[in-house]
Design a protein around this ligand. Structure first.
Ligand code: ATP
Ligand code: MG
Length: 233
């Protein structure tokens, strides 16, 4: 359904992604794990066509979307939950959600109800300014906003970052609920191996701009060397 083929991204001529290949199938949660500076956010920028020097192909339902403008990519059914959440702090929760949808979308009410069903906390706080929410609630809001464009694939940049364990589980249970109920596929970019493995159907490990390992979570955790080197277990 979604494929990245031989993706190379350079900053000022220096390659940061060096030939990435990956695939996300319908309804799957695919986790891409990688340490600091390995190129995770660059991959997301490249998917949304926000980098200048790029080679390779990005395919969505076999259509080449490599060079579409970001807005068109969202239109096609790919939405983003950006690094650091980036909610609009001076807007209310509901106004933020509205920003994620398309103008005059006939499904607006249904999507909104679904976001509130997934994250009841957001409903309770729908008229509060997003700036007054806790980090976990802002993350829920960022995910909710990404749901409002009715995506087929959601790309998430380190949603676990800076969250306390309890709220983290709440956020990820919400993600799982969405993925199952709406058949939304997820490309989950994470540094937190524990949480990444727990929710994944398939795992890629990115290191220094290359995929160094991939496989089913159960196969990867069986390998003691992989466990030690990449999962810190
Ligand atoms: N706009 C830019 N110009 C030049 N170099 C950049 C730019 N953005 C990122 N880089 C470099 O590219 C490499 C990959 O950065 P990237 O942000 O993709 O990593 P990351 O895996 O998301 O890291 P983090 O875990 O810190 O979020 C890093 O060495 C970074 O310094
Ligand atoms: Mg990053």
């Amino acid at each position: 359904m979604f494929e990245v083929r031989d993706l190379v991204v350079k900053y000022d001529g220096i390659p940061v992604l060096k030939g990435i290949n990956l695939e996300v199938r319908r309804g799957e949660i695919v986790t891409l794990l990688g340490p600091n500076g390995s190129g995770k956010s660059t991959l997301i920028k490249a998917i949304f066509n926000l980098v200048e020097e790029k080679e390779g192909k990005i395919l969505f339902f076999e259509e080449d979307i490599t060079h579409l403008p970001p807005y068109e990519i969202v239109r096609k059914g790919i939405s983003i939950v950006p690094e650091g959440r980036r909610v609009f702090v001076n807007l209310t929760v509901e106004e933020n959600l509205k920003m994620g949808g398309f103008f005059n979308d006939p499904n607006y009410e249904e999507l909104l109800a679904d976001v509130y069903y997934t994250f009841p906390r957001l409903k309770e706080k729908k008229d509060e300014y997003a700036g007054n929410l806790s980090g976990g609630e802002q993350q829920m809001l960022a995910i909710g906003r990404a749901m409002m464009s009715d995506p087929i694939l959601m790309v998430l940049d380190e949603p676990s970052l800076g969250l306390a364990p309890k709220i983290l589980i709440e956020v990820f249970n919400g993600l799982l609920k969405i993925s199952e109920r709406r058949q939304i596929s997820m490309l989950l970019i994470e540094q937190n191996a524990q949480i990444g493995i727990r929710f994944a159907d398939y795992i890629y490990i990115l290191d220094h701009g290359k995929i160094v390992l991939e496989g089913l979570p159960e196969d990867l955790v069986l390998n003691p060397e992989v466990k030690r080197k990449y999962f810190g277990m």
